[in-house]
Design a protein around this ligand. Structure first.
Ligand code: IMP
Ligand code: MG
Length: 193
């Protein structure tokens, strides 16, 4: 039987996959690569963080960018409740019209099936930005949706369910400072198929 997740303590069994130090180094590296490329372009840049998972990643990334950027978050839900398999990306907020004519950078926590990035790119292109690119902290080693292009990725990781540094399971663990894997007995088996 699966253990139930409680909101009162972090289970000791979460295994560290990527520690705080490694994340911090890679974020600096990503920010400088991104900024170097954006500096080649004319015109305004709008970062589009995908809430809620990219909250910590975005806040660290932008503190290493020196150029002016606008920030226009969108909310996408793909893993409702305690599921660990995408049920299809659903946009919960409108695409900001202010993206029109600017260079857009979608920022997400993780590229898994690719559904989220594919949907977002299609909807963002419809408001006619000058360009669109995507930056994710993690990229899972799975077959992605062919239209889910991602120009910048921090780490390639195995196909395991991960939490921490913004990523959640059933709304919990986003505040862990590292990326970790949950023990399989903590994941509700009915949701992981
Ligand atoms: P995709 O649409 O399947 O690429 O999934 C992307 C979204 O699913 C991400 O923005 C995350 O919010 C969520 N997600 C995917 N894999 C994981 C995971 O291992 N842990 C937590 N959330 C995940
Ligand atoms: Mg997400």
């Amino acid at each position: 039987m699966s253990k139930t997740t409680t909101a009162t303590e972090f289970p000791g069994e979460i295994k560290v996959l990527i520690d705080e130090q490694k994340i911090a180094e890679r974020v600096v590296d990503l920010a400088s690569r991104l900024e170097k490329d954006l500096d080649q372009l004319e015109g305004e840049v709008t970062l589009v963080p995908v809430m809620t998972g990219s909250m910590l990643f975005t806040s660290d990334l932008i503190r290493h960018m020196q150029r002016p950027v606008r920030i226009a978050p969108v909310t996408v839900q793909s893993y409702p409740g305690s599921s660990t398999r995408s049920r299809g990306a659903r946009l919960q907020t409108p695409i900001p019209d202010a993206l029109r004519g600017t260079h857009v950078v979608i920022i997400d926590d993780i590229l898994d099936s690719g559904g989220t990035l594919a949907v977002l790119r299609r909807l963002i292109k419809a408001v006619e930005p000058s360009s669109v690119r995507a930056c994710v902290l993690l990229r899972k080693n799975v077959d992605h949706d062919a239209s889910a292009v991602c120009e910048y990725a921090g780490f390639d990781i195995p196909d395991k369910f991960v939490v921490g540094y913004g990523l959640d399971y059933d709304g919990l663990y986003r505040n862990l400072p590292f990326i970790g894997t949950l023990p399989s007995d903590m994941i509700n088996k009915e949701d992981s198929g």
